[in-house]
Design a protein around this ligand. Structure first.
Ligand code: ITT
Length: 201
């Protein structure tokens, strides 16, 4: 089996975290761009898992390598789990995260702390030649703060706060975020499955 993993994502921030988390797997990890794959993928699933599989299958149809994909997002309980699977499209794909974050803070204005609960969700799918596709889910629980804070991370990190530290995930170091994040959690589960497969092969 090839020792290359192609990650079906166009999001460079995700790629940085993926490389940090899966770095010790000893496999070559390429983004779709680095693998020379350029396709438009319609994410029309109704769950994170479905969308992760849609992305992985689409890229797998263009190569013979192991393909992984990440579909992730922010669920805010007070907003009936919005933006959820529409996180990157919330308020329009081209709208900056400063604006998206401010819009969510505005919608939560006056909402007390105990009702501001939220989580990041990440589904990671793997499509491996000759194997059944696999999907795992990781989450991190937290709450939406009163204002954005921190410069690390990306997307909704400045408004997503973790309970035990009372700071946003944009204020955590990359190592601290990866150790507890939805993506870290899902990718570590997938890494175990891939290692098992590799030792069986
Ligand atoms: P690909 O589909 O190409 O992977 P994308 O950015 O469109 O890239 P998603 O459809 O999975 O990815 O959307 C995920 C969005 O959820 C992402 O753009 C962020 O806005 C948000 N998100 C996911 N993980 C996050 C994290 O760790 N920190 C902050 N925001 C995150």
């Amino acid at each position: 089996m090839s020792r290359r993993i192609i990650f079906a994502t166009g999001n460079e921030h995700k790629m940085i975290e993926i490389r940090q988390i899966l770095g010790d797997l000893g496999w070559e990890i390429l983004s779709m761009k680095e693998a020379g794959i350029s396709i438009d993928i319609v994410e029309d699933g109704t769950t994170f898992e479905e969308n992760a599989l849609i992305k992985a299958r689409a890229v797998a149809s263009c190569c013979d390598d192991i393909v992984l994909a990440d579909d992730s997002g922010l669920e805010i309980d007070y907003l009936n789990k919005e933006p959820g699977i529409y996180s990157s499209r919330y308020a329009g794909e081209d709208t900056s995260y400063d604006i998206k974050n401010q819009m969510l803070l505005d919608r939560l204005r006056g909402v007390p702390r105990e009702k501001r609960t939220a989580r990041f969700v990440c589904a990671v799918a793997a499509v491996i030649p000759g194997q059944e596709p696999m999907v795992v889910r990781g989450t991190i629980e937290g709450y939406i703060g009163e204002q954005p804070a921190g410069e690390n991370g990306f997307g909704y990190d400045p408004i997503f706060y973790v309970e035990d530290r009372n700071c946003s995930t944009a204020e955590l170091t990359p190592e601290e975020k990866n150790a507890r994040s939805h993506r870290g959690n899902a990718l570590r589960q997938m890494r175990k499955k891939l290692k098992n497969l590799l030792t069986e092969a």
